[in-house]
Design a protein around this ligand. Structure first.
Ligand SMILES: [Zn+2]
Length: 417
């Protein structure tokens, strides 16, 4: 955690500023705080692995006591919810310089969500979310930080490019740890989004940030699973202030059918919750059509009632009308990125060519993300052994660009899969 984050952090309960307590737990290197304890006027919160944990429960208190007793490793394991054999697997993993995001997921995640994360960069839901953030972001970049709420392990935060580090907020500490983690001899190999500032917090409580702090507040996918919906919407408007923009991609609608729907509301209800911030509603499916054409059209403005039957919608809310425009999308690579074969493809070497076959992890995944077949070809043959790396020159510029556009090759962090 960079010490500058203190200027925007607030206690979720008493609302006061946080300060670093000068005790045994404090480890800092210049402005970078690796571990420590933050105090407000009502309680205290630990910083572990550079991640402030703005939650008050028994697990977090245990971690804080371990930290204050000088056992930072135990505090990390407590927050990662590791026990028994998984502690040994994690220890072995972090001492190995060649580990990948995908391998770490297998240790840290106990459910099927891990599978989704690995394939996130090419799923249609994510492509729309990223496109909307990229379309809106450049207008907002000079006015303050971005925040990705309930942002998981940082896929969307990774595409948030602005002068100040974007904040990645999530209730699951392990997801934030994965986002931030770097490996390699110079800590220069990335998992997902090491440039972000992770903050562990629970969206069912007031959010631990000052008002009018963020020029862009994004919350993708997670909203229907949150119980305190009115609180979250009010909090997003508080964080965005009068000039910020709120972006909510892939909101499940109660008037359409969705996999793992959560507790969705009707489009009218979403609209009304954000009404003071002038929300505009978009069909998720129409924006995917846009993305596949390379241009996103935010000049549309659907009436909530017209979205009946549409499974999901996207909301962009802002008082700045210039945000609602047409934007050409660029598949700009985030530095330092590399092209990899999409993990959805099985690679088989036959003589001097590689045969790539689209292989969905489960029938459910294939069904839920069926729209991905609009761009992912069933099979592709390319020269050379692409499991060792992609040789763009050998493929020729046109063929390489086409395979990138079809997402057979994706741009990913250096230690992704
Ligand atoms: Zn407090």
């Amino acid at each position: 955690m960079d010490v500058s984050l203190l200027s925007i952090l607030r206690c979720p309960f008493c609302g006061t500023r946080l300060s670093l307590i000068d005790n045994q737990a404090l480890r800092r290197d210049g402005d970078a705080i690796e571990s420590g304890v933050l105090g407000c006027e009502c309680c205290a919160f630990p910083i572990v692995a550079g991640i402030p944990v703005m939650i008050a429960n028994d697990r977090v208190r245990t971690a804080m006591h371990q930290l204050e007793a000088g056992d930072g490793e135990a505090a990390l394991h407590t927050l990662l919810e590791l026990e028994g054999e998984r502690i040994n697997a994690f220890r072995a993993f972090v001492t190995r310089p060649t580990g990948t995001y995908r391998e770490a997921l297998k240790i840290l995640s106990l459910d099927a969500e891990a599978e989704y994360f690995v394939y996130r960069f090419s799923d249609p839901t994510f492509r729309v979310a990223r496109a909307v953030v990229q379309a809106v972001g450049p207008l907002m970049a000079r006015q303050g930080r971005y925040i990705d709420l309930c942002g998981g392990s940082g896929h969307l935060a990774r595409s948030m490019v602005s002068d100040e580090a974007p904040v990645l907020a999530d209730v699951y500490f392990w997801k934030l740890w994965l986002a931030k983690h770097t490996v390699g001899p110079h800590q220069d190999a990335q998992f997902v989004a090491p440039h972000c500032e992770p903050v562990c917090c629970d969206a069912n409580n007031p959010l631990p940030f000052a008002r009018n702090t963020f020029s862009l507040v994004a919350l993708s996918d997670a909203f229907p699973y949150i119980w305190h919906k009115r609180l979250v919407m009010d909090e997003m408007m508080r964080l965005a202030g009068p000039d910020g923009v709120i972006v909510m991609p892939h909101l499940h609608s109660a008037l359409g059918w969705n996999y793992t729907a959560g507790m969705p509301l009707t489009p009218r209800a979403y609209h009304d919750l954000l009404e003071p911030h002038r929300p505009r509603l978009f069909r998720d499916s129409a924006l995917l059509d846009d993305v596949l054409r390379g241009e996103i059209d935010l000049t549309r403005d659907e009436q909530p009632e017209s979205l009946a039957g549409e499974p999901a919608l996207v909301i962009v809310a802002t008082k700045h009308d210039e945000v609602f425009r047409r934007v050409q999308l660029m598949e700009a690579a985030v530095s330092p990125d590399k092209a990899i074969v999409n993990p959805l493809y099985r690679i088989e070497l036959r003589g001097d060519v590689s045969v790539l076959t689209l292989t969905f992890p489960t029938p459910d995944y294939e069904d839920e993300f069926a729209a991905a077949k609009r761009y992912l070809p069933e099979s592709v043959i390319v020269p050379g052994d692409v499991s060792r790396g992609i040789d763009a020159a050998a493929l020729g510029v046109e063929r390489y660009d086409e395979l990138c556009r079809r997402m057979v090759f994706i741009s990913a962090p250096s230690r992704y899969a």
